[in-house]
Design a protein around this ligand. Sequence first.
Ligand SMILES: [Zn+2]
Length: 80
Amino acid sequence: MPLPDDDHDGYVAGCYRDGSVSDEWTEVERCAGGTFVAYVARCTCGWTGRRRPATPAAVMDCRREWFLGHVVALPVVEPA
Ligand SMILES: [Zn+2]
């Protein structure tokens, strides 16, 4: 069942070595080092940001990208 268009929950996903990407429930910062080869910002609406090297700084960069590159570009809606 597709999510409604106004459902935007950003998260940082980790890219595994086999090419798959973690889901929104995975806390990439809690995973052992080397688990992921890259981080990528994602949103529950299906938006995906740029892949970044799996470094601690990239987690913040991903969150910033999700907000500045995606959320602020959305049509204005009243906060719930
Ligand atoms: Zn979104």
